[in-house]
Design a protein around this ligand. Structure first.
Ligand code: ZZB
Length: 260
């Protein structure tokens, strides 16, 4: 699986994160959460980023001195072999932190209409896929839409500041069958009430992927009016050229999925 590793720079760490990472110089380094995405063309619609609250993340030195990456150790090991970390083949972990402690971090979302967004919890983030960091596009990802709805409804229960969830989904891709916000459309159509509706969410994801890729047209961003199929590699190339992302590969057989 070939992902785009999106560099989401951390602009402000919560106190809990500062404590856990006390031995790391966070101010003279640029620290990035690395989100693995298959949908670079949707980055215009990012509203937040998700981590698994109970997962452990590590901090690693990026290829360029002064850049630190946050992702799972498993992802860091893949990155090391792909020459994406400081020393090829070497995983040097500067520190670790729980996903829970990253919640509320303010981060930059490259290309998004919302430049600064927040880190939120998502129980369904898989430890064995991507980087364990998932950027959220609730207009086009049913999982992201369902989780954002759940967190907004139960902000107090989850101890979340409503300010962290204030960014509404925005239309970025027009589709003939599912309208301009396919995730919202499909969650309603399949009667998805919460992130616990795992089966319907898997179906919604499948439908959204196909419809957007083959029938979708961009209605925002640098490739407004172009087919998604055409815009996708262009947005990706732009992100990489601007040093906002890199190619991250996941070896065959390493990926597990939620739907089976
Ligand atoms: C932004 C985005 C926008 C995504 C969208 C999807 C969609 P797949 O298809 O099952 O391989 N993801 C990445 N890592 C994880 C993880 N560890 N646990 C759970 N979800 C993860 O899944 C690839 C997509 O799942 C990635 O692409 C990422 O979310 C998420 F509009 O990035 B995506 C219809 C989907 N739309």
């Amino acid at each position: 699986q070939e992902y785009t590793g999106l560099k989401m720079q951390v602009l402000n760490f919560p106190d809990a994160a500062r404590e856990s990472l006390a031995s790391i110089d966070l101010s003279s380094n640029k620290v990035y959460m690395i989100a693995a995405t298959l949908r670079p063309e949707t980055m215009y619609g990012q509203t937040n980023c998700y981590v698994g609250p109970s997962l452990t993340y590590g901090v690693y030195e990026g290829l360029v001195p002064g850049e630190l990456y946050i992702c799972t150790r498993r992802a860091a090991s893949n990155m090391a072999y792909q020459g994406l970390l400081r020393e090829r083949g070497v995983v040097r972990e500067l520190g670790t932190i729980k996903g829970q402690e990253l919640i509320g971090a303010r981060i930059n979302a490259p290309l998004s209409v919302y430049e600064e967004v927040y880190v939120l919890p998502m129980e369904s983030v898989l430890p064995n896929k991507g980087t364990g960091v998932v950027t959220s596009v609730p207009s086009d990802s049913p999982d992201d839409y369902a989780t954002l709805g759940e967190l907004r409804k139960k902000a107090e229960f989850y101890h979340l500041n409503p300010d962290w969830m204030k960014f509404d989904p925005i239309p970025i891709i027009r589709t003939p069958s599912f309208g301009d916000m396919c995730a919202e459309f499909l969650c309603k159509k399949l009667k998805i009430q919460s992130p616990k509706d795992v089966k319907q969410l898997a179906e919604a994801k499948e439908l959204a992927y196909k419809e957007c890729f083959y029938q979708g047209t961009m209605i925002t961003g640098d490739y407004n009016g172009e087919k998604v199929e055409v815009a996708k590699p262009k947005v990706r190339a732009d992100l990489i050229k601007q040093d906002l992302a890199f190619v991250y590969n996941e070896p065959e057989g390493q990926v597990i999925s939620r739907s089976g």
